[in-house]
Design a binder for this molecule. Sequence first.
Ligand code: HAM
Length: 424
Amino acid sequence: MVEETVEFRSVRGFHDILPEEIAYWQRLESFSRRILEAHGFKELRLPVLEMASLFKRGIGEETDIVSKEMYLFSDPKGRELCLRPEATSQIVRAYIQNRMDLKEPISKLYLIGPMFRHERPQKGRYRQFHQIDVELIGDRGPISDAEILILLWRILQGLGMGDLVLTINSLGCEVCRPHFKSHLKEFLRDKREGLCPDCQRRSEKNPLRVFDCKEAQCKASLEGAPRIDESWCGDCTDHLRAILDLLSEAGIPYILDSRLMRGLDYYTRTAFEVKTKALGAQDAVAGGGRYDRLISTLGGPDRPSIGFAIGMERAIELLKLNEALRPEGPKVFIASLGFRARLFAFKLMMELRARELKTEMAYGESSLKSQMRQATRYRAEYVLIIGDEELEAGTVTLKEMNSGEQTQVKISDLIRRLIGPKTP
Ligand code: HAM
């Protein structure tokens, strides 16, 4: 019997992250961690599996995420579980469960990890994607909003991303949002016929969610819709004004957009997104906002909060556009000719590596020409050329690859020359 060969492939929308990409991931993570820690945020790590009801209650039943995109399944006991589609509700669950409110008045937390949404895959949109999620829990004032926004901007700018646009809106509070909702409901009642079936239902139950719909007919129906900024109460206006003043003082440009609604129900007041023109359709690199009622909605104490999440795949696409951020090759490549020189090269390579100097040499024997080609492919900063004759003379040839300049260096001086005098 002929055995059938099966081609195994990763699941659609799920991606392998290969070594040639990993330097960007490490840079994004380590830089973000450094900045986050400097701003007093602490990391936590949480399971990817949660009870589905957490997100239904947290994000809202009428959102696209909950109604269409969750990876849902039952465990052997028949409990409904899901892969987390976002981190905010989950961090809040952990905050409540672990009584973090009793440990400290303000909790500043971050989480780095994969999220799962069953969306239609396309460039920049995946079914498993990664976020750096940051939450400041326990403060109501605009200073926290400014802290979060300045922090987000510092991370993205500090990584060398250009062309970013920060868009802000206020979604109102429990005092003023109901007015907006009822105006919008009334407006949509006349447009009902033109809405998709989902939005017909949403227009009654949760009219704000009509703004998230991607259907052209629904977008068109929203033309002339009431603007949320016309419904803001005095407190919401003052809150936003205070944030905008702090942003201006910090030199951070922003755009106010009363149409920015965000696709999650838990937001109150501040909502924001950072977009870029460099990525095409999936242009949001980060998003977030204030969620003053979420913790009490999920059964915890009254703790107003604000946070954001950076989409790591999109951030990495932006990093790749910046030529200056191309990951470095090894600092040194050692080319050697002859048996004794190869052994010497091996020992030298291991010594340089012990001093954390990234060093490579060719495996197996090959000509000098092919070793030089390999050094170029690696983008080595220096090449050391060692032959038996050089060994006799106690020197090596040091070639600086950028300038092409070659010098003879005494073997005894080599390490000082490559590592510099300050390093022990
Ligand atoms: P979000 O806007 O749903 O917010 O996601 C934040 C970021 O994750 C997006 O701006 C985008 O960069 C990235 N992202 C979302 N979906 C995908 C996808 N399918 N493929 C690739 N990247 C994606 C939240 O998740 C909120 N929890 C943010 C937050 C934190 N609000 C308050 N605290």
